[in-house]
Design a binder for this molecule. Structure first.
Ligand code: MN
Length: 280
């Protein structure tokens, strides 16, 4: 949940991050969309960090260059960071911002972060890191790899964040929002979804470097294994905005009791037998 503001006069501080890099069109549209809702600071990677997942930088220094970025809503204060999306959130929250942010928004990513892509996504990881720090967070992705129009997605983001600022999020829950790439008036509405089961089927081309050593280049094909209607993929396909609640607690809670029996109880039985044998 967001911190209770001590000073009601102060607008909420909104931290904007991404993984496509600080000069990408998606982050500029998102920062512009947030301008009407609060005080906006952008802290984002200097270079593209797509698919770095939740990596953090621990063996190298991280540098943050203050700059202003040009957005459709004018110039906005920003820092360009040499680290990953998760680094950006940690550094911003602990060091760069004048106070604790009320909200972190990440994106608008170029390309979908539906299904298993959530695992690899730097965009989602920025929001996850905020959630770990106890800050409400939402990741936004536009489902197109082309040079798309980010204006409709920006309007969607403003609407979703309006809800979040008014109502907050459950503790430990962040939102992963995927927006279909179509004109604003052709977006059919919003669906709360779950991640579709899916995987990438990868192949590697082997090539030879100038020193005659082999190297590998990965490519992959996305495979949807889920025909369910409640999924993020189905929503976007049908022209709806997909809103998936995520949590950084990766525990498979539904299986705790089952595995308790299989491991702890079996282990305790073994130990009891062993004690019996050695005492006799
Ligand atoms: Mn990206």
């Amino acid at each position: 949940m967001a911190d209770t503001p001590t000073d009601n006069e102060q607008p909420p501080l909104i931290l904007v991050a991404n993984d496509d890099g600080i000069e990408s069109p998606g982050i500029k549209q998102l920062a512009a969309a947030m301008q009407a809702l609060g005080e906006v600071h952008v802290v984002a990677p200097r270079n593209e960090q797509s698919a770095v997942g939740h990596a953090i930088t621990v063996r190298d220094p991280v540098r943050a260059e203050p700059r202003e970025i040009d957005t459709p809503a004018g110039r906005i204060e920003a820092h360009a960071v040499t680290g990953t999306p998760a680094d950006c959130i940690k550094l911003a929250a602990n060091q760069l911002l004048p106070r604790r942010p009320a909200l972190v928004v990440s994106g608008i990513n170029r390309g979908p972060n539906t299904a298993v892509n959530v695992i690899y996504s730097g965009t989602v990881s920025a929001a996850t890191e905020a959630s770990i720090l106890g800050i409400d967070a939402v990741a936004f992705s536009l489902c197109s790899w082309e040079d798309a129009d980010y204006v409709p997605a920006g309007r969607i983001a403003a609407r979703v964040i309006g809800h979040v600022l008014n109502n907050g999020l459950p503790p430990g829950v962040l939102l992963n929002v995927n927006i279909p790439c179509r004109p604003y008036d052709e977006i059919r509405g919003l669906r709360v979804t779950r991640q579709a089961r899916s995987r990438w089927e990868e192949s590697f081309s082997e090539r030879t470097d100038p020193f005659d050593r082999p190297y590998y280049w990965m490519s992959g094909e996305f495979v949807n294994l889920d025909e369910g209607e409640q999924t993020d993929l189905a929503a976007v396909e049908d022209g709806f905005v997909s809103v998936t609640p995520l949590q950084h607690d990766l525990t498979a809670h539904a299986h705790l009791d089952d595995l308790h029996e299989r491991f702890e109880d079996a282990e305790a039985e073994e130990a009891a037998k062993h004690a019996e044998n050695s005492s006799s």
